[in-house]
Design a protein around this ligand. Structure first.
Ligand SMILES: Nc1ncnc2c1ncn2[C@@H]1O[C@H](COP(=O)(O)OP(=O)(O)O)[C@@H](O)[C@H]1O
Ligand SMILES: [Mg+2]
Length: 301
């Protein structure tokens, strides 16, 4: 399963990424097949976000290839991804403030259809019938995510967890065959995380899902397969049970109880959070910025 050969969906093959002298990813291979939910976990600084970014085309691999359904992805724009059936949500929320919730979701469909979606923002829909249809479909997606009651609200008036769900709706409106989620659980309470688990469960089988996430619990309970990164390398791949039982993983992480504030040999930077601010600390040839333990309570936002 660690071998990307023979996979029909998203295939990452022997990808390396370096920032200055730092190897953020080294020879990473992994795959997400159609309909499969695959988790990528690893402690802070392991390379999860870099892997996500390289798949999305934000970061260029120094070596290796990425393909989807046999087609190479190279310097792909968000529009290219959408055309291929790949949708993503980012760590932040990124809703448009001037649009209400249903309009935000509708704009998601437009951004999938065209590179220039300014027309959507200004309400220049191609026809009012098309707008009707799209609005209807957007409401259906909101309903599926159990947030249709907020259709006419504006994002800033809604709790963070609801905003995140809107962002998910906006990705789903494009009817992707592959959905990439970067830390969907960040900032969620444990009750909200339970709801997220259910939502991801609803998507299983309908599309491939890549779930980049450092909440062990979420990944263990939702994923068919898990890839574990450590220091930019894949140290384990397998079912949740296999990964849990893998001695290397156990030694490296699972045995550690858990708070990033605890004294552990690997926590070179205590209380480090998993957000992008940690990246600026690493200069050319520098040492790794943050090394934490598995995060459990990174509530923010
Ligand atoms: N743009 C960047 N410039 C320099 N270093 C980076 C950049 N992005 C990530 N890194 C470094 O690469 C390593 C992996 O980071 P990242 O992919 O964010 O890990 P994770 O998401 O697992 O916490 C870290 O050491 C980080 O400091
Ligand atoms: Mg990250």
């Amino acid at each position: 399963m660690g071998d990307p050969g023979g996979h029909d969906g998203l295939v990452v093959k022997e990808v390396s990424v370096t920032f200055g002298g730092l190897a953020a990813l080294s020879d990473v291979s992994m795959a997400v097949d159609e309909g499969e939910v695959v988790g990528v976990i690893g402690p802070n600084g392991a390379g999860k976000t870099t892997l996500f970014n390289v798949i999305c085309g934000f970061v260029r691999p120094s070596e290796g290839t990425i393909s989807y359904k046999g087609k190479a992805l190279r310097r792909q724009s968000p529009h290219d991804l959408a055309r291929l059936g790949i949708a993503r949500t980012l760590q932040g929320v990124g809703l448009w403030r001037g649009l209400n919730i249903v309009e935000n979701v509708m704009a998601g469909a437009h951004s999938a259809q065209r590179a220039d979606f300014a027309s959507a923002l200004f309400g220049l829909w191609r026809s009012s019938r098309e707008e009707q249809r799209l609005r209807h479909r957007s409401l259906e997606v909101l309903e599926e995510l159990r947030i249709a009651q907020f259709a006419k609200w504006y994002p800033e008036a809604l709790p963070y967890a609801i905003q995140k769900r809107v962002a998910l709706a906006r990705a789903l409106i494009a009817e992707p065959t592959m959905l990439l989620l970067d830390e969907p659980a960040s900032g969620l309470s444990s009750a909200e995380m339970d709801e997220l688990k259910q939502l991801i469960g609803q998507l299983r089988g309908r599309m491939g899902v890549l779930l980049v996430e450092h909440h062990m619990d979420l990944v263990m309970s939702t994923c068919d397969r898990i890839v574990v990164l450590n220091f930019g390398r894949v140290i384990a791949t397998g079912s949740p049970a296999e990964v849990r039982a893998n001695p290397e993983v156990t030694t490296a992480y699972l045995g550690e109880e858990v708070s990033a504030a605890q004294d552990t040999p690997q926590a070179s930077s205590r209380g480090a959070s998993d957000d992008d601010a940690s990246h600026v600390a690493t200069g050319a040839g520098g040492t790794r910025g943050t090394r934490g333990t598995w995060g459990t309570d990174d509530a923010r936002g």
